[in-house]
Design a protein around this ligand. Structure first.
Ligand SMILES: Nc1ncnc2c1ncn2[C@@H]1O[C@H](COP(=O)(O)OP(=O)(O)OP(=O)(O)O)[C@@H](O)[C@H]1O
Length: 875
């Protein structure tokens, strides 16, 4: 009854009879496995479609309750619309879990503390170092915190699926090998029907085997992508949040950390992109590359033991261990080579980016030959490294192939032949077909074992590669956590310069890399150069009390001071103008205000961050964003709906309506990188006429960029706005118009500029002046040693009082008139004075001459003042 019954309609009676004679059974392994593969794929496809349907329904329901946070277990996600093809798709973005980040920070702190203590205490080395694998420790931390943070995680399921599939594949290989032997045996024994049955089994078995193989590839890629997503989200949660890690990273000089953990912030993009990708794909495929051969070795050894006996198996494994040991000796340091190559690739990639970004400037300066030389030299270093690696790989490759491919295969033949050669002669001839089957099976298994062994050997390279990438990823995470730490000290190095006995304490040195200041007194913190300023963020105005403006450096608070100690107060509604020469620290002041640079001492009271807008000197435009995106930045058109009329009105306000018309009167216009076309809101491409630029920066002139930024300021309409050189590319009349517009909106403006003509729009002026007698502070830091920093003095004046003074110009003129009148009077009354008439006449004449001269100067001033006032009135 368990013979295979096929549909009668498909086959004739004769064929069915013939098939029945083949004795194909339902319960045979190939048939069962074939059916399981077919059924599981049908079940998988159905489950996928049902899940997709549920997802669509959920998306629809979410769209109805737009922007409402989505509860997911104990984590909250926000859903955003992302452009996809011609429409948008919803993507869940989980909010960063800051509690988790703080806890993880402690883990990294602990790790580095232990490693530095280990380094500092030589007694601990011998034993502990022997059992302490840094690679495994680091991998374990990344694994536990990021890749698979809990037991019942999506990635755990994927990993279990991968391991199960690997076991299944080994089992299938064993079945295929046996079937192979059986086919040969039937052929030699001239068993036609059995031969055909086995061929049918072979085809049936091929289905689950191929299915398993492609499932392994799929699951491995899925696992790699899932690891990558976890790691990338984790890094971005740290890198891009309110603590401005992506900006502060440049100050993380890390002098205190061991060299291997130092990260050059210039190449962080390489870490975040390529290294994460390589790390996750190497890790995910490591299980396939090592797990599968490892399992093959175990399974096949057990099976072969029955045929070859224990001695044979021991022989095989001894052989493996000897070759393992030999190849390890010959293997170059792959992880070191890889680290170096990744570093050089990063530098080369970065330099190319720099060229693209500064193409116009380089072209104007005719810097092409220099840049060409530089990029060739950078590539030269990379080429040398790749070449060195190739040579080392060549030598290793020879030994690897010779031993793994040829020596092991030859030994495979020898071991397989042993049972046949050692059998009595009579048995050998009578059982020739059975012997042939055994030889085929043993040979295949031996070759498979050799193959598994060689793959296990090859995977040494994968492990080294993984070790190199683990180092880089761990360094990245460590640095991100260090800069993200609330006590980040901008690269303060306690071993540098201002050394105190306290600074020499190893525990403090370790802690300062992840600074924990709880146990330090305020006085100690100050002397060591720690950040000690206080920031108050709900002040209705701006108040600075004894704040020095210090360039962040390894010297901390003892570093180069741009301004000694700044103190002033302005209230809401009072505009402040900051003027001074180049490099005197105007932008540095804005950096301190915005929290980009630390407040080392004193008290800073400022408005809530949500009420203040900072506009940097260099206008920033959202890459590949629309015209609308440029006005509303940092809001995004995907998440915020803004009235078109409002935005068009703003463009008109700043005098850019002609630009709007040039961009097809479409707020969704975006510069296209494809040929000379521009993409309109509906995704269709239009001929752009002569506007064939590919970024907002190149599409707009310097003045247009600044006007666009003013439109942005007007759109956000914050109570306070800090503008750094907002109009230096704009004509004087337009500048006047724009400042009046800003004032009319009631914004409190803090302007940084070189133009003292802007005083008329401001109530106070902070002037930064360099004092020639002032000391010049040299930075000890190697990188900045050629840059002397001058400490500037400052003057804070009330311009309203000054304008009162300017009003007193009239008073001054009338003063002079009175004096001249008095002199004339005196001159007439000379007789009554009783002194020499000639003398007094001479004196009076001289005095009148001087005073008249002064008077004409003042009258000239008066005339010019009237002209300016008239002009302003007309405007
Ligand atoms: N990251 C840094 N490291 C070291 N020195 C810096 C750093 N940033 C700025 N400086 C130095 O601080 C000084 C003040 O710079 P800042 O940008 O504030 O000048 P500024 O007054 O705005 O000049 P400008 O009017 O030219 O814009 C400059 O001498 C500059 O070289």
């Amino acid at each position: 009854m368990d013979n295979l019954i096929l549909p009668h309609k498909l086959l004739s009676k004769r064929q069915l009879k013939w098939l029945a004679q083949l004795n194909i059974r339902w319960t045979s392994k190939p048939v069962l496995l074939f059916l399981t593969a077919v059924l599981s794929s049908v079940a998988g496809i159905s489950a996928y479609n049902i899940a997709k349907l549920i997802q669509n329904i959920r998306n629809y329901l979410l769209k109805r309750s737009k922007n409402r946070p989505l509860q997911r277990g104990n984590r909250i996600a926000k859903q955003i619309e992302v452009p996809y093809k011609n429409s948008t798709i919803s993507v869940d973005i989980p909010y960063p879990n800051y509690d988790r980040i703080s806890v993880d920070n402690l883990v990294f702190k602990q790790y580095i503390k232990e490693e530095m203590l280990l380094k500092d205490s030589p007694g601990a080395t011998s034993f502990w170092k022997a059992i302490n694998s840094r690679f495994l420790n680091k991998l374990f931390i990344i694994w536990k915190l990021i890749l698979i943070p809990k037991w019942l995680d999506k990635n755990s399921y994927l990993l279990v699926a991968q391991l199960s599939l690997l076991i299944l594949r080994t089992y299938l290989t064993l079945l295929v090998t046996k079937l192979d032997g059986s086919i040969v045996k039937n052929l030699i024994g001239l068993q036609g029907k059995k031969f055909i049955r086995d061929i049918i089994y072979w085809f049936l078995l091929a289905v689950p085997a191929s299915y398993t193989n492609s499932s392994i590839r799929y699951v491995t890629k899925r696992l790699s992508l899932s690891f990558r997503t976890n790691l990338l989200r984790y890094c971005h949660d740290l890198y891009m949040d309110n603590r401005l890690v992506f900006y502060k990273m440049q100050f993380n000089t890390n002098e205190m950390l061991p060299k291997e953990y130092q990260l050059d912030s210039k190449y962080i993009d390489q870490y975040l992109t390529d290294d994460i990708k390589q790390f996750t794909s190497t890790l995910a495929s490591l299980f396939t590359n090592t797990g599968k051969p490892f399992m093959d070795l175990i399974f096949f050894a057990i099976y072969l033991r029955d045929n070859l006996g224990t001695a044979g198996i021991v022989g095989i494994f001894t052989n493996y261990f000897i070759t393992c040991w030999f190849l390890r000796l010959k293997a170059p340091k792959f992880s070191k080579m890889l680290k170096k190559k990744a570093n050089l690739e990063g530098i080369y990639y970065n330099y190319n980016l720099n060229l693209i970004y500064n193409a116009e400037e380089i072209s104007f300066f005719k810097g092409i030959p220099l840049e060409n030389r530089k990029i060739k030299s950078i590539f030269g270093d990379l080429q040398k490294q790749i070449f060195k690696e190739m040579v080392q790989r060549f030598h290793y490759g020879f030994w690897e192939d010779y031993i793994l491919k040829y020596t092991w295969s030859c030994l495979g033949y020898l071991y397989s032949a042993i049972p046949i050669l050692l059998a009595p002669t009579s048995k050998r001839t009578s059982n020739s077909s059975k012997n042939m089957k055994n030889f085929i099976v043993n040979k295949r298994l031996m070759l498979s074992m050799a193959d598994a062994g060689s793959r296990l050997m090859y995977s040494i390279k994968d492990v080294s590669k993984l070790s190199g990438y683990t180092d880089r990823i761990f360094t990245l995470l460590l640095n991100l956590h260090q800069v993200h730490d609330s006590g980040f000290q901008y690269g303060l190095d306690l071993t540098n310069g201002q050394q105190t006995s306290l600074a020499r304490l190893p525990s403090l040195r370790i802690l300062s890399s992840f600074t924990n200041l709880n146990h330090l007194s305020s006085q100690n913190m100050k002397s060591l150069g720690f950040i000690n300023g206080i920031i108050q963020t709900n002040y209705d105005g701006l108040r600075l009390e004894n704040i020095p403006i210090i360039v962040p450096s390894p010297k901390g608070a003892n570093g180069p001071k741009l301004i000694e100690s700044l103190s002033f107060t302005i209230k809401k509604g009072n505009n402040l103008l900051i003027i001074g020469k180049n490099g005197c620290g105007k932008t540095a002041f804005m950096r301190c205000l915005a929290g980009l640079w630390p407040i080392y001492e004193g008290l800073l009271s400022k408005p809530l961050d949500s009420n203040i807008m900072y506009v940097p000197q260099r206008p920033y435009f959202l890459s590949a964003g629309t015209l609308r995106d440029q006005i509303i930045y940092p809001l995004s058109s995907e998440t915020s709906k803004v009235d078109d009329e409002l935005l068009i009105g703003l463009l008109k306000d700043v005098g850019l309506e002609y630009l709007f018309e040039r961009f097809n009167s479409d707020l969704n216009f975006r510069p296209s990188i494809k040929n000379d076309n521009v993409t309109a809101s509906n995704g269709t491409e239009r001929d752009s006429g002569n506007i064939s630029k590919n970024s907002w920066f190149s599409l707009l002139s310097g003045g247009e960029r600044q006007k666009m930024i003013i439109a942005r300021v007007l759109f956000h309409n914050k109570t306070y706005v800090v503008l750094d050189e907002p109009t230096n590319a704009i004509s004087y009349d337009m500048e006047d118009y724009l400042f009046k517009l800003l004032k009319k909106r009631g914004l409190t403006i803090i302007t940084i500029s070189h133009r003292s003509s802007l005083e008329k729009y401001h109530d106070y002026c902070l002037e930064l002046v360099s004092d020639l007698n002032e000391k010049v502070v040299e930075l000890d830091d190697e990188k900045t040693s050629e840059m002397p920093i001058t400490t500037h003095k400052w003057k804070f004046k009330n311009l309203r009082e000054d304008s009162d003074d300017s009003d007193s110009l009239d008073d001054e003129i009338s003063d002079y008139r009175h004096k001249i009148r008095d002199l004339y009077k005196n001159h007439r009354n000379t007789d009554s004075e009783g002194s020499s008439v000639e003398d007094r006449n001479e004196l009076a004449k001289e005095e009148i001459k001087i005073l008249k001269n002064e008077l004409s100067k003042l009258e000239e001033l008066e005339k010019r003042k009237l002209e300016v006032l008239n002009y302003l009135d007309n405007e």
